[in-house]
Design a protein around this ligand. Sequence first.
Ligand SMILES: C[S@@+](CC[C@H](N)C(=O)[O-])C[C@H]1O[C@@H](n2cnc3c(N)ncnc32)[C@H](O)[C@@H]1O
Length: 239
Amino acid sequence: MAPPVVWFVGAGPGDPDLITLKGNELLITADLLIYAGSLVNPALVERSGAQEKLDSWGMRIEEMVPAMVDAAKAGKKVVRLHSGDPSLYGSIVEQIAELERQGVEVRVVPGVSSLFAASAALKTQYTLKGVSETLIITRPAGQTLEEDNISKLSEAGASMVFFLGTEKLAEIVGKLRCPRDTPAAVVYHASWPDQKVVTGQVGNIVQKAEEAGISKTALIIVGGVVDPAGRYQRSVLYS
Ligand SMILES: C[S@@+](CC[C@H](N)C(=O)[O-])C[C@H]1O[C@@H](n2cnc3c(N)ncnc32)[C@H](O)[C@@H]1O
């Protein structure tokens, strides 16, 4: 008999067409679906043929893991759908450790992170010759993180993307040690029909985001790549 398996699947950033073919197949044929309700598009949940669908919002790992273990051991196809790509701010490692401890195999199907939906919305690259060869992905301190390293990181001259920081935009900007005229953007609900893109500079992005009414579910992007015109060098590849 095949060993019990749980599939961790990246749902993509919001647009229901941005799930991978493999993830979609698993979603459709799942028996038990556990999904992150706050960020996964309801259209994906509807698309799933699972008899049982559980929103993980408010569920503790102690409730989620037994549900997955019992279903997998009963021979059911279990899909745990995470927003974007499961490797970014998804807390999958603790779930995997517990599942494996209980004799359940885990497989992970990557997804399109909101990180990439945001660069697509901005029509830019995070790594761009002459502007930045480095991307820093980080988040501000908050309820689940005591201290962040934003000031130090911002001295590197890298492209920076902040997750989980919309409500703390002013605080993040206050910690940045790059020049106030460094380009900056806030991308709300990247790839959703109500996507909003606000661009400006470190010095005015807080006000611009406020004026646009953005207060949640956004990424903050800082660096020359937000406004690349006149800053970059042509790539060697196509020269
Ligand atoms: C718990 S993290 C999950 C990130 C996810 N694993 C990913 O790869 O996109 C949630 C944060 O991701 C960002 N986020 C998720 N989806 C987004 C979207 N479509 N547009 C902009 N930001 C998004 C927001 O900063 C949000 O607070």
